[in-house]
Design a protein. Structure first.
Length: 380
Protein backbone atom coordinates (compact mmCIF):
# COMPACT_ATOMS: atom_id res chain seq x y z
CA UNK A 1 0.00 0.00 0.00
CA UNK A 2 1.52 3.25 -1.16
CA UNK A 3 1.13 6.63 0.55
CA UNK A 4 0.93 7.59 4.16
CA UNK A 5 -1.90 6.03 6.17
CA UNK A 6 -4.18 8.00 8.39
CA UNK A 7 -3.64 7.21 12.09
CA UNK A 8 -7.14 5.71 12.32
CA UNK A 9 -6.46 3.42 9.34
CA UNK A 10 -3.12 2.34 10.78
CA UNK A 11 -4.72 1.57 14.14
CA UNK A 12 -7.45 -0.49 12.44
CA UNK A 13 -4.91 -2.52 10.46
CA UNK A 14 -2.74 -3.10 13.52
CA UNK A 15 -5.81 -4.34 15.40
CA UNK A 16 -6.74 -6.65 12.53
CA UNK A 17 -3.18 -8.03 12.53
CA UNK A 18 -3.41 -8.79 16.25
CA UNK A 19 -6.75 -10.51 15.77
CA UNK A 20 -5.37 -12.61 12.90
CA UNK A 21 -2.39 -13.65 15.02
CA UNK A 22 -4.65 -14.69 17.90
CA UNK A 23 -6.96 -16.54 15.52
CA UNK A 24 -3.98 -18.37 14.02
CA UNK A 25 -2.85 -19.54 17.47
CA UNK A 26 -6.36 -20.87 18.16
CA UNK A 27 -6.52 -22.59 14.76
CA UNK A 28 -3.13 -24.22 15.30
CA UNK A 29 -4.28 -25.54 18.70
CA UNK A 30 -7.46 -26.88 17.09
CA UNK A 31 -5.37 -28.52 14.36
CA UNK A 32 -3.23 -30.33 16.94
CA UNK A 33 -6.38 -31.63 18.67
CA UNK A 34 -7.88 -32.76 15.36
CA UNK A 35 -4.67 -34.56 14.40
CA UNK A 36 -4.69 -36.35 17.78
CA UNK A 37 -8.34 -37.32 17.29
CA UNK A 38 -7.63 -38.53 13.76
CA UNK A 39 -4.68 -40.58 14.98
CA UNK A 40 -6.83 -42.10 17.73
CA UNK A 41 -9.56 -43.08 15.25
CA UNK A 42 -7.01 -44.40 12.73
CA UNK A 43 -5.41 -46.59 15.40
CA UNK A 44 -8.76 -48.27 16.04
CA UNK A 45 -8.83 -49.53 12.43
CA UNK A 46 -7.05 -52.88 12.01
CA UNK A 47 -4.77 -53.81 9.14
CA UNK A 48 -6.01 -55.31 5.89
CA UNK A 49 -6.01 -59.13 5.69
CA UNK A 50 -4.11 -61.41 3.32
CA UNK A 51 -6.54 -63.07 0.87
CA UNK A 52 -5.36 -66.56 1.89
CA UNK A 53 -6.01 -66.08 5.61
CA UNK A 54 -8.79 -68.41 6.88
CA UNK A 55 -11.95 -66.51 7.82
CA UNK A 56 -13.38 -67.09 11.29
CA UNK A 57 -12.32 -67.63 14.89
CA UNK A 58 -9.29 -69.49 16.24
CA UNK A 59 -10.86 -72.87 15.44
CA UNK A 60 -10.82 -71.91 11.75
CA UNK A 61 -7.03 -71.56 11.69
CA UNK A 62 -5.37 -73.88 9.16
CA UNK A 63 -2.45 -76.23 9.84
CA UNK A 64 0.43 -75.40 7.48
CA UNK A 65 2.88 -78.02 8.74
CA UNK A 66 3.27 -80.61 11.49
CA UNK A 67 6.71 -81.81 12.58
CA UNK A 68 7.48 -84.92 14.61
CA UNK A 69 5.14 -86.91 16.81
CA UNK A 70 4.35 -86.97 20.54
CA UNK A 71 6.90 -88.85 22.61
CA UNK A 72 5.58 -92.08 24.10
CA UNK A 73 6.40 -92.49 27.79
CA UNK A 74 6.65 -95.87 29.55
CA UNK A 75 6.27 -94.26 32.97
CA UNK A 76 3.89 -91.77 34.67
CA UNK A 77 4.87 -88.30 33.46
CA UNK A 78 5.15 -85.10 35.46
CA UNK A 79 4.30 -81.56 34.42
CA UNK A 80 6.94 -78.83 34.52
CA UNK A 81 5.75 -77.57 37.91
CA UNK A 82 6.47 -80.92 39.55
CA UNK A 83 9.73 -81.34 37.66
CA UNK A 84 10.80 -77.83 38.63
CA UNK A 85 10.10 -78.57 42.26
CA UNK A 86 11.67 -82.04 42.36
CA UNK A 87 14.84 -80.86 40.56
CA UNK A 88 15.02 -77.58 42.53
CA UNK A 89 14.81 -75.51 39.34
CA UNK A 90 11.78 -73.23 39.81
CA UNK A 91 10.39 -71.50 42.90
CA UNK A 92 6.89 -70.10 42.47
CA UNK A 93 6.05 -69.91 46.19
CA UNK A 94 8.83 -67.49 47.17
CA UNK A 95 8.14 -65.35 44.11
CA UNK A 96 4.46 -65.16 45.06
CA UNK A 97 5.44 -63.83 48.49
CA UNK A 98 7.88 -61.31 47.01
CA UNK A 99 6.02 -60.16 43.88
CA UNK A 100 2.59 -61.82 43.68
CA UNK A 101 1.12 -64.58 41.54
CA UNK A 102 2.51 -65.46 38.09
CA UNK A 103 6.10 -64.62 39.03
CA UNK A 104 8.93 -67.12 39.52
CA UNK A 105 12.55 -67.68 40.45
CA UNK A 106 14.76 -69.87 38.26
CA UNK A 107 17.47 -71.78 40.15
CA UNK A 108 20.48 -73.99 39.55
CA UNK A 109 20.56 -75.62 36.08
CA UNK A 110 17.40 -73.76 35.01
CA UNK A 111 19.41 -70.52 35.01
CA UNK A 112 22.06 -72.14 32.83
CA UNK A 113 19.33 -73.53 30.57
CA UNK A 114 17.84 -70.05 30.11
CA UNK A 115 21.23 -68.59 29.20
CA UNK A 116 21.92 -71.52 26.87
CA UNK A 117 18.60 -71.09 25.06
CA UNK A 118 19.18 -67.38 24.53
CA UNK A 119 22.82 -67.67 23.43
CA UNK A 120 22.14 -70.62 21.13
CA UNK A 121 19.15 -68.81 19.58
CA UNK A 122 21.17 -65.63 19.03
CA UNK A 123 24.02 -67.57 17.43
CA UNK A 124 21.66 -69.40 15.07
CA UNK A 125 19.66 -66.34 14.02
CA UNK A 126 22.73 -64.14 13.56
CA UNK A 127 23.94 -66.67 10.95
CA UNK A 128 20.93 -65.53 8.88
CA UNK A 129 22.18 -61.93 8.80
CA UNK A 130 20.34 -60.53 11.83
CA UNK A 131 21.90 -57.77 13.95
CA UNK A 132 21.72 -58.42 17.73
CA UNK A 133 20.19 -55.77 19.98
CA UNK A 134 19.27 -55.18 23.56
CA UNK A 135 16.49 -52.62 23.96
CA UNK A 136 15.00 -50.12 26.41
CA UNK A 137 12.26 -51.82 28.42
CA UNK A 138 10.37 -48.62 29.24
CA UNK A 139 8.88 -46.78 26.26
CA UNK A 140 6.48 -43.91 25.65
CA UNK A 141 2.79 -44.82 25.44
CA UNK A 142 2.61 -43.25 21.97
CA UNK A 143 5.11 -45.80 20.63
CA UNK A 144 3.07 -48.66 22.09
CA UNK A 145 -0.05 -47.31 20.38
CA UNK A 146 1.69 -46.77 17.05
CA UNK A 147 2.85 -50.39 17.09
CA UNK A 148 -0.78 -51.47 17.42
CA UNK A 149 -1.10 -52.15 21.15
CA UNK A 150 -3.44 -50.50 23.64
CA UNK A 151 -1.47 -49.21 26.66
CA UNK A 152 -4.54 -48.47 28.77
CA UNK A 153 -7.99 -49.92 29.38
CA UNK A 154 -9.63 -52.70 31.39
CA UNK A 155 -8.20 -55.56 29.31
CA UNK A 156 -4.83 -54.09 28.40
CA UNK A 157 -1.81 -56.40 28.55
CA UNK A 158 0.46 -53.39 29.13
CA UNK A 159 1.79 -52.12 32.45
CA UNK A 160 1.62 -48.30 32.48
CA UNK A 161 3.70 -46.19 34.86
CA UNK A 162 1.43 -43.87 36.84
CA UNK A 163 2.08 -40.16 36.46
CA UNK A 164 4.06 -40.61 33.23
CA UNK A 165 3.47 -41.25 29.55
CA UNK A 166 5.58 -44.41 29.76
CA UNK A 167 4.93 -48.18 29.79
CA UNK A 168 6.83 -51.41 30.35
CA UNK A 169 7.24 -53.34 27.12
CA UNK A 170 5.44 -56.62 26.48
CA UNK A 171 7.76 -57.47 23.59
CA UNK A 172 10.96 -56.10 22.03
CA UNK A 173 8.94 -55.51 18.85
CA UNK A 174 7.86 -52.18 20.35
CA UNK A 175 11.25 -50.52 21.06
CA UNK A 176 12.79 -52.03 17.91
CA UNK A 177 9.93 -50.62 15.85
CA UNK A 178 10.69 -47.21 17.32
CA UNK A 179 14.40 -47.14 16.39
CA UNK A 180 13.74 -45.71 12.92
CA UNK A 181 10.64 -43.69 13.81
CA UNK A 182 10.15 -40.49 11.76
CA UNK A 183 13.02 -41.32 9.41
CA UNK A 184 13.62 -41.79 5.69
CA UNK A 185 15.89 -44.75 4.95
CA UNK A 186 17.91 -45.34 1.83
CA UNK A 187 16.67 -48.30 -0.20
CA UNK A 188 20.24 -49.60 -0.27
CA UNK A 189 20.20 -50.28 3.51
CA UNK A 190 17.10 -52.49 3.30
CA UNK A 191 16.31 -55.01 4.58
CA UNK A 192 17.14 -54.26 8.21
CA UNK A 193 17.04 -57.49 10.22
CA UNK A 194 17.28 -57.43 14.03
CA UNK A 195 17.30 -60.09 16.74
CA UNK A 196 16.51 -58.32 20.01
CA UNK A 197 16.76 -59.61 23.56
CA UNK A 198 14.61 -58.04 26.27
CA UNK A 199 12.70 -58.63 29.47
CA UNK A 200 8.95 -58.57 28.79
CA UNK A 201 6.11 -57.56 31.11
CA UNK A 202 2.42 -58.43 30.63
CA UNK A 203 -0.60 -57.99 32.87
CA UNK A 204 -2.24 -61.15 31.45
CA UNK A 205 -5.63 -59.57 32.20
CA UNK A 206 -8.41 -62.16 32.11
CA UNK A 207 -6.02 -65.13 32.03
CA UNK A 208 -6.80 -67.85 34.58
CA UNK A 209 -7.34 -71.58 34.90
CA UNK A 210 -5.32 -74.79 34.66
CA UNK A 211 -4.39 -74.10 31.03
CA UNK A 212 -2.32 -71.09 32.11
CA UNK A 213 -0.63 -72.54 35.21
CA UNK A 214 3.06 -72.47 36.01
CA UNK A 215 5.44 -70.98 33.47
CA UNK A 216 2.91 -71.03 30.63
CA UNK A 217 1.52 -67.57 31.40
CA UNK A 218 3.52 -65.21 33.60
CA UNK A 219 3.89 -61.47 34.19
CA UNK A 220 7.65 -61.21 33.51
CA UNK A 221 9.88 -63.23 31.21
CA UNK A 222 12.83 -63.04 28.82
CA UNK A 223 12.50 -63.31 25.05
CA UNK A 224 14.47 -63.05 21.82
CA UNK A 225 12.45 -61.36 19.07
CA UNK A 226 13.20 -61.05 15.36
CA UNK A 227 12.19 -57.85 13.56
CA UNK A 228 12.50 -57.02 9.85
CA UNK A 229 12.12 -53.71 8.01
CA UNK A 230 11.91 -54.15 4.24
CA UNK A 231 10.47 -52.95 0.93
CA UNK A 232 6.75 -53.68 0.45
CA UNK A 233 7.37 -56.13 -2.39
CA UNK A 234 9.67 -58.21 -0.17
CA UNK A 235 7.55 -58.62 2.97
CA UNK A 236 5.82 -61.87 1.99
CA UNK A 237 9.13 -63.59 1.26
CA UNK A 238 10.56 -62.36 4.58
CA UNK A 239 7.47 -63.69 6.35
CA UNK A 240 8.29 -67.12 4.91
CA UNK A 241 11.93 -66.68 5.99
CA UNK A 242 10.94 -65.86 9.56
CA UNK A 243 8.63 -68.85 9.99
CA UNK A 244 11.28 -71.11 8.44
CA UNK A 245 13.85 -69.88 10.97
CA UNK A 246 11.42 -70.62 13.81
CA UNK A 247 10.63 -74.09 12.47
CA UNK A 248 14.34 -74.87 12.03
CA UNK A 249 15.08 -73.82 15.62
CA UNK A 250 12.31 -75.95 17.10
CA UNK A 251 13.15 -78.92 14.87
CA UNK A 252 16.79 -78.74 16.05
CA UNK A 253 15.54 -79.01 19.64
CA UNK A 254 13.55 -82.14 18.77
CA UNK A 255 10.12 -80.68 19.52
CA UNK A 256 6.84 -81.99 18.16
CA UNK A 257 4.98 -78.94 16.84
CA UNK A 258 2.53 -77.64 14.29
CA UNK A 259 2.48 -74.34 12.42
CA UNK A 260 -0.88 -72.60 11.99
CA UNK A 261 -2.08 -69.98 9.53
CA UNK A 262 -4.15 -67.97 11.99
CA UNK A 263 -7.76 -67.06 11.18
CA UNK A 264 -8.97 -63.48 10.78
CA UNK A 265 -10.44 -63.13 14.29
CA UNK A 266 -7.11 -64.06 15.88
CA UNK A 267 -4.79 -61.73 13.94
CA UNK A 268 -4.90 -58.68 16.19
CA UNK A 269 -4.88 -55.13 14.83
CA UNK A 270 -1.38 -54.91 13.23
CA UNK A 271 -1.06 -58.27 11.45
CA UNK A 272 -1.85 -58.74 7.77
CA UNK A 273 -1.05 -62.42 8.20
CA UNK A 274 0.19 -64.39 11.21
CA UNK A 275 1.67 -67.86 11.62
CA UNK A 276 1.65 -69.41 15.10
CA UNK A 277 3.77 -72.34 16.25
CA UNK A 278 2.25 -74.65 18.85
CA UNK A 279 4.39 -77.33 20.51
CA UNK A 280 3.30 -80.49 22.31
CA UNK A 281 3.53 -80.15 26.09
CA UNK A 282 2.98 -83.66 27.53
CA UNK A 283 2.68 -82.57 31.15
CA UNK A 284 -0.12 -80.20 30.21
CA UNK A 285 -1.52 -82.79 27.79
CA UNK A 286 -1.97 -80.37 24.92
CA UNK A 287 -0.32 -78.15 22.33
CA UNK A 288 0.68 -74.70 23.54
CA UNK A 289 1.74 -71.63 21.59
CA UNK A 290 5.50 -71.05 21.72
CA UNK A 291 5.99 -68.61 18.86
CA UNK A 292 4.37 -66.46 16.18
CA UNK A 293 5.47 -64.66 13.03
CA UNK A 294 3.50 -61.65 11.75
CA UNK A 295 3.62 -59.58 8.59
CA UNK A 296 2.34 -56.13 9.60
CA UNK A 297 2.85 -54.62 6.11
CA UNK A 298 2.75 -50.79 6.46
CA UNK A 299 0.40 -50.72 9.47
CA UNK A 300 3.15 -49.83 11.94
CA UNK A 301 5.36 -47.85 9.56
CA UNK A 302 2.56 -45.39 8.71
CA UNK A 303 2.00 -44.69 12.40
CA UNK A 304 5.70 -44.59 13.24
CA UNK A 305 6.61 -42.56 10.14
CA UNK A 306 9.21 -44.98 8.73
CA UNK A 307 9.78 -44.46 4.99
CA UNK A 308 12.44 -45.24 2.44
CA UNK A 309 13.54 -43.50 -0.74
CA UNK A 310 13.79 -45.75 -3.82
CA UNK A 311 17.16 -45.91 -5.55
CA UNK A 312 15.79 -45.22 -9.05
CA UNK A 313 17.59 -42.39 -10.93
CA UNK A 314 16.25 -38.86 -10.24
CA UNK A 315 13.84 -37.46 -12.83
CA UNK A 316 14.75 -34.16 -14.50
CA UNK A 317 12.27 -31.46 -13.54
CA UNK A 318 10.74 -28.72 -15.70
CA UNK A 319 13.43 -26.26 -14.62
CA UNK A 320 16.71 -26.82 -16.43
CA UNK A 321 19.22 -28.76 -14.37
CA UNK A 322 16.75 -29.36 -11.51
CA UNK A 323 16.32 -33.06 -10.61
CA UNK A 324 13.39 -34.48 -8.64
CA UNK A 325 14.17 -37.20 -6.12
CA UNK A 326 11.94 -40.31 -6.21
CA UNK A 327 8.94 -40.10 -3.88
CA UNK A 328 9.36 -41.84 -0.53
CA UNK A 329 7.39 -44.99 0.32
CA UNK A 330 6.42 -46.63 3.60
CA UNK A 331 8.44 -49.69 4.58
CA UNK A 332 6.88 -52.96 5.71
CA UNK A 333 7.60 -54.41 9.17
CA UNK A 334 7.54 -58.00 10.35
CA UNK A 335 8.15 -59.62 13.73
CA UNK A 336 8.65 -63.18 14.97
CA UNK A 337 9.47 -64.85 18.28
CA UNK A 338 12.77 -66.71 18.16
CA UNK A 339 12.69 -67.87 21.79
CA UNK A 340 10.27 -67.12 24.63
CA UNK A 341 12.04 -68.63 27.64
CA UNK A 342 9.18 -69.79 29.92
CA UNK A 343 7.30 -71.78 27.28
CA UNK A 344 10.51 -73.26 25.91
CA UNK A 345 11.27 -74.36 29.48
CA UNK A 346 7.86 -76.05 29.65
CA UNK A 347 8.54 -77.93 26.39
CA UNK A 348 12.07 -79.04 27.26
CA UNK A 349 11.40 -80.13 30.84
CA UNK A 350 8.24 -82.05 29.98
CA UNK A 351 9.43 -83.65 26.73
CA UNK A 352 12.92 -84.61 27.92
CA UNK A 353 12.03 -86.00 31.38
CA UNK A 354 13.31 -89.46 32.29
CA UNK A 355 11.88 -92.23 34.44
CA UNK A 356 14.35 -91.54 37.27
CA UNK A 357 13.21 -87.90 37.42
CA UNK A 358 16.15 -86.46 35.48
CA UNK A 359 15.86 -84.23 32.40
CA UNK A 360 18.08 -84.64 29.32
CA UNK A 361 19.53 -81.46 27.78
CA UNK A 362 19.00 -81.32 23.99
CA UNK A 363 22.32 -81.77 22.18
CA UNK A 364 22.46 -78.29 20.51
CA UNK A 365 22.28 -76.59 23.93
CA UNK A 366 25.02 -78.59 25.67
CA UNK A 367 27.98 -76.47 24.47
CA UNK A 368 26.15 -73.42 25.88
CA UNK A 369 25.68 -75.14 29.27
CA UNK A 370 29.32 -75.99 29.87
CA UNK A 371 28.82 -79.51 28.55
CA UNK A 372 26.03 -80.46 30.99
CA UNK A 373 24.01 -83.28 29.41
CA UNK A 374 21.60 -84.14 32.21
CA UNK A 375 19.80 -82.34 35.02
CA UNK A 376 19.82 -84.91 37.81
CA UNK A 377 17.66 -85.10 40.94
CA UNK A 378 19.39 -83.51 43.92
CA UNK A 379 20.64 -85.75 46.71
CA UNK A 380 18.66 -85.17 49.90
Amino acid sequence: MKGKLEPSQRETLVEEGKNLKESLVTLEEDLVKLKDELQHVAQSIPNMTHPDVPVGGEDSSAIRKEVGSPREFSFPIKDHLQLGKDLDLIDFDSAAEVSGSKFFYLKNEAVLLEMALLNWTLSQVMKQGFTPLTTPEIVRSAIVEKCGFQPRGDNTQVYSIDGTDQCLIGTAEIPVGGIHMDSILLESVLPLKYIAFSHCFRTEAGAAGAATKGLYRVHQFNKAEMFVICRPEDSESFHQELIQIEEDLFTSLGLHFKTLDMATADLGAPAYRKFDVEAWMPGLGRFGEISSASNCTDYQSRRLGIRYRPSEPPQTGPKKGKANLPATKFVHTLNATACAIPRMMVCLLENYQQEDGAVVIPEPLRPFMGGIELIKPKLK
